[in-house]
Structures are given as structure tokens and as C-alpha cells.
Design a protein around this ligand. Structure first.
Ligand code: SF4
Ligand code: SF4
Length: 312
């Protein structure tokens, strides 16, 4: 039985007012038809019929702490973003929001709800939050593969509440496209290891969500991992010049050229991380979607003028 639309509205009103989230949408189970084995909502909650997807906006002041580190070498600010933009307060805000919403929906409908943690906070394997956000109509994919909302771009975080209640799906996002990778090359240009790559239809992963065509780059996870686990400035002080490492790679490494560029464009600009991290984040931090220019460049919070990577 599909619950009446007033039930969905009651859930949304509660979530926005009492769980303090910024956006909410609902995806019916059919929107997950393409989910890989083990990651379908029914793998997490047998009998699941709907996913309630919530987003919170990251504070601009937490996001700009990353620019201070990357652009100004203010290394001691490194902890602000993880604390307030990622696994600390941001994920815990979603964790408690999902708990409140799950209990509310169970009381309201008498159906079961399984809150899904917002990323790496409690070591739980989670389903894809970004695909869920697109499926619920609150976001769209960018070329970098992240889910972007029109208001906040990539600088939000998501959580999901799965439920056996059958709720009406919200429309998929159908506003102005948030990403035109033919014109915009910011994420590809800013990615230090070429894990994303310039737009090329042959490099696109194409699929659909609820009938809406989607695509993003065939992102190279190993290259991204290099940035998140090994790209830190202190490496260069370890006695071996980093250029030497990339110019004379291990024989099994075959793609040294792109990595040499990473030395020149990023090391020389002090664009390096300064500790191993689960994030590198250039793609997320400099993506222009969600009024990045107005919020971060025009205000002086970032000094990197990314407009040179965007064709008129
Ligand atoms: S940086 Fe540009 S090309 Fe990359 S996802 Fe964002 S809008 Fe799309
Ligand atoms: S996190 Fe860094 S290395 Fe990974 S895709 Fe984004 S910009 Fe590239």
C-alpha cells in the first residue's frame, strides 16, 4: 500500500524542523534497479520499499579551512574540516538525524526503518549515498562522480533512511544541468594524479537512475588512492626527490608521464597534502557547482581562480 502523500509531507516537515537537515527527498525502490549485488537497499533492509535521503550543507567556514591548508600551508588547520565537514560533526549530525527520522517514521507508519550511517564513522559498510541522493531527486552527478545539489554543489553530506513503508517517489532533478564537462574542466585540471581525466565520451561511465541518463568519469581509484595516502609534502623531505620517484617509477608502473605533471603543477604550488588522509578533495573543493565562485572565490576564502579551466 502506498502511504498517502500527506505521510511523506509529515516526514519531510519533521526532518527539516526537528532533525535539522537541509534537504530531503524520497526514492521508491524501483529507482535502485541498477544497484550492484550487495548494495541494493533490500540487502540492507529486507522488504525495503523506499529510501528517504537527507543532506546537510557543510559550513563554508569548515570548507575554507581546507583552502587554508592547501593554499596557505596552514598545516595546523588540518583538523577543522574533518571535525566539522566530514567524519566528526557532519557525519554525527546525520547519524542523529537519521535516528530521529527513523523513529518518527516507525511511529507514524508502523513500518521498519533502517538508518544508514553517513560514511566512515562507524565502520559499517554502507550503500551508495551519492546514488541515493540522485535517486531521491535532491542531487545530480558531476563528471568527478560526486553527487551535487544545486544549492551547495559538492559541499554537502548525505544519509539514508531505508523503510518498508511504500512512499511516493519525488521527481528526479530536472533543473538546469549542474555539470557540463565539455565546458568545465576544473575537476580534471585540479586532480593531482589524473584520476578523473578530461571529458571524453570514451572515458564516461553511463547508466540511468529511474530512467534519467547519468554519466561520470571512469575514475581511477588507484590514482586517487595515491593522492589520499601518499601525496604529502613531507615525503619530499624524506631524502628522495619526488620528481625522481615519478620519473623513475617501479618497472611495473607504466604511466609515469602524467604523474610527473603532478610534481610541477602541485608541488611547486604547495598544493600538497601534509599528512596521509582519507581525502585529497581537490575535485570536491574546487567544483564550481553550487555557487563556488560567489561563496569562496569572490569572498577571498579561496585564492585559486579556476575560471581558466572553464570555456565560455
Ligand atoms: S568541476 Fe566542472 S566538470 Fe567537474 S564535476 Fe564540477 S562542474 Fe562538472
Ligand atoms: S580526491 Fe583528489 S586524487 Fe581523488 S579524484 Fe579527487 S582530486 Fe583526484
Amino acid at each position: 500500500m502506498i502511504h498517502p502523500s500527506e505521510t511523506k509531507q509529515q516526514i519531510k516537515d519533521f526532518a527539516l524542523a526537528h532533525a535539522k537537515i537541509d534537504k530531503i527527498g524520497v526514492a521508491g525502490i524501483e529507482r535502485f534497479n541498477g544497484a550492484p549485488e550487495g548494495y541494493h537497499p533490500t540487502d540492507f533492509l529486507p522488504g525495503c520499499k523506499s529510501a528517504i535521503v537527507c543532506a546537510i550543507r557543510l559550513p563554508d567556514g569548515a570548507v575554507q579551512a581546507v583552502y587554508r591548508m592547501l593554499e596557505d600551508r596552514r598545516l595546523h588547520l588540518h583538523g577543522i574540516y574533518p571535525a566539522y565537514g566530514y567524519t566528526g560533526a557532519a557525519n554525527y549530525t546525520l547519524l542523529f538525524a537519521a535516528m530521529r527520522i527513523a523513529r518518527f517514521v516507525e511511529r507514524l507508519t508502523g513500518e521498519a526503518c533502517a538508518p544508514i550511517p553517513a560514511g566512515p564513522t562507524h565502520g559499517a559498510k554502507t550503500m551508495s549515498l551519492r546514488h541515493s541522493a540522485v535517486a531521491a531527486g535532491i542531487a545530480e552527478f558531476g563528471w568527478h562522480g560526486l553527487a551535487m545539489t544545486p544549492e551547495f554543489g559538492t559541499r554537502n553530506r548525505f544519509c539514508v533512511i531505508l523503510t518498508t513503508a511504500e512512499l511516493e517517489s519525488d521527481p528526479l532533478y530536472d533543473g538546469p544541468p549542474l555539470c557540463d564537462p565539455v565546458k568545465c574542466g576544473v575537476c580534471a585540471a585540479m586532480c593531482p594524479t589524473n584520476a578523473i581525466g578530461k571529458y571524453d565520451p570514451k572515458r564516461a561511465r553511463s547508466f540511468d537512475v529511474g530512467g534519467k541518463p547519468c554519466e561520470y568519469s571512469m575514475f581511477d581509484g588507484n590514482r586517487c588512492k595515491m593522492a589520499t595516502s601518499g601525496m604529502f609534502a613531507e615525503f619530499n623531505d624524506s631524502g628522495r626527490d619526488l620528481y625522481d620517484v615519478f620519473a623513475n617509477p617501479h618497472p611495473i608502473h607504466t604511466e609515469a608521464d602524467g604523474l610527473q605533471a603532478f610534481y610541477y603543477t602541485h608541488m611547486n604550488n604547495n598544493f600538497f597534502m601534509h599528512a596521509t588522509s582519507w581525502k585529497c578533495g581537490y575535485c570536491m573543493m574546487y567544483c564550481p557547482a553550487g555557487n563556488w565562485k560567489e561563496r569562496f572565490f569572490d569572498t577571498g576564502l579561496s585564492k585559486i581562480d579556476t575560471r581558466k579551466y572553464i570555456k565560455d
